[in-house]
Every structure is written in structure tokens, then in C-alpha cells.
Ligand binder design. Sequence first.
Ligand code: HEM
Length: 222
Amino acid sequence: MIAALDRPLSTVLRDCTAIAHSHSEKSPFMSCLTSGALNSAAVADYTAQLWFIYVVLEDGVREHSAGSRLGVFADSRLERVQALEQDLLGLIGPRWRDCVLPGRGTLAYVAHLRRLAEVGDETGLIAHHYVRYLGDLSGGQVLARVLRERYRIGPDGLNFYDFSRIGSRECYRSDYRCRLDLLELDEVDLSWLVSSANEAFEFTRGVLGDLAERHCVFSNRI
Ligand code: HEM
């Protein structure tokens, strides 16, 4: 039976992940990064962790993009791997592949995404898709400004944040929310979607926790 909701699903998802979002946003690494306290090595490391994650996320989404549920969200214009590779080239140089290593949190996140793809869990993949891409289209744009203004990163290191191929970010976000609202989920899938989105934030905290340990002075793991 389709779950009866008192609010649109996109609102439920945003409300139910608001605390987790706030923890990520205020995490020591994000706080250090946005205050301009870090250096370009930290920016390169953060970019590299994103690369490890998006390679697996985008493989999984492409593999299941014919699925009736995930297919509604899969959009090659969102894909970030190529942009991240350009950024790593710009931030580190041509031998960047020899210089990047996934942290423990990144390895855990990537293993989880691989499992979702292996079992064809479209609902789980939608949750991670939502947390990553809607985040990139929202707060990600705040980060792009910080990197440009505080770290003097040029366009060759900021391709990840460039979504010009999708047109207006605002329209895309609102259309994405409509697509969420049209999903027909039963109670079990609804609860899995919400818990998977919170899990995506939890994995992100692991990634950010490692980055804080490596780059923030006086950091505590979150
Ligand atoms: C300094 C770090 C961050 C800042 C400043 C920030 C800021 C924001 C802002 C301003 C919005 C727009 C809210 C709205 O339109 O109502 C947003 C939305 C969002 N952010 Fe973040 N964010 C940060 C980190 C993150 C991280 C690390 C993630 C997850 C990986 C994330 C995921 C999201 C998601 C999924 C949304 C969309 C919520 C929705 O409208 O459904 N954010 N963020």
C-alpha cells in the first residue's frame, strides 16, 4: 500500500535529515574549510575523497538507470567524475592518481555504495543520489564561493561545482523535488529511503571526520 503522507515526500526527506545535515555542515572539517583556515592540500584531499565516492555512486546509478524508480533521477548531466578528475589535475597535477588515497570513512562509504549497486537497491541509491546531488546544487555552491574567494582556487579546480549543463539550478532543484514527490513508495520503502538518506549523511561525517584529523589543528572526531 502506498504510504499516506501529511507533507510532500521532498519535505519529509528534508525535515527528517535536517539534524544530520546540520551536523555535516557544522562538522570540524567544514567549519575549518569555510573559515578559510585550511590550505590547498586540504582542498585537494577533500576533492579526492569526493572522486572516490562519485566513481562508485555514478557506476551504480548508471548500472540501474533503466530501473523504473532510479531512472527518474539518473541524469548524465549531473555526473561529476569527469569534473572531479579535471579538478584534481588542476589542484595536484598530471600525476594526481599517484597522490590520492581514500580515508577509512571514504572506504566505508564506497563499500556501502557498491553493496547497494550489487543488490540493485534503487531506493537506497536514490537516497544517496539525493544527499549528494541536491547538496551539491545547494550548499555546494556556498563552498564553491569559499574556495574561490578564500583559497583563490581558479576555475580549473572548481569544475565539480559547475552545473551549467543543467540550466537553472533553482529550477532543477525544484523539478527534482517534484520527482521525489511523485515517487510511489509503500511504508517500508519510505522508511528505507529516509533511513538511507540519514545513513548517507552518517557516511559523509566519517569522510569529513578523517579529513578533520588530517587537516584541522585541534580537531576532534565528530
Ligand atoms: C559548509 C557546508 C554546507 C553548507 C554551508 C550547506 C548549506 C546548505 C544550504 C544553504 C542548503 C539549501 C537549503 C534550502 O534550499 O532550503 C543546503 C541544502 C542541502 N544540503 Fe547542504 N550544506 C553544507 C554541507 C552539506 C553536506 C556535507 C551535505 C551532504 C553530503 C549536504 C547536503 C544537502 C542537501 C541534500 C540539501 C538539500 C536539502 C533539501 O532541500 O531537500 N550539505 N545545504
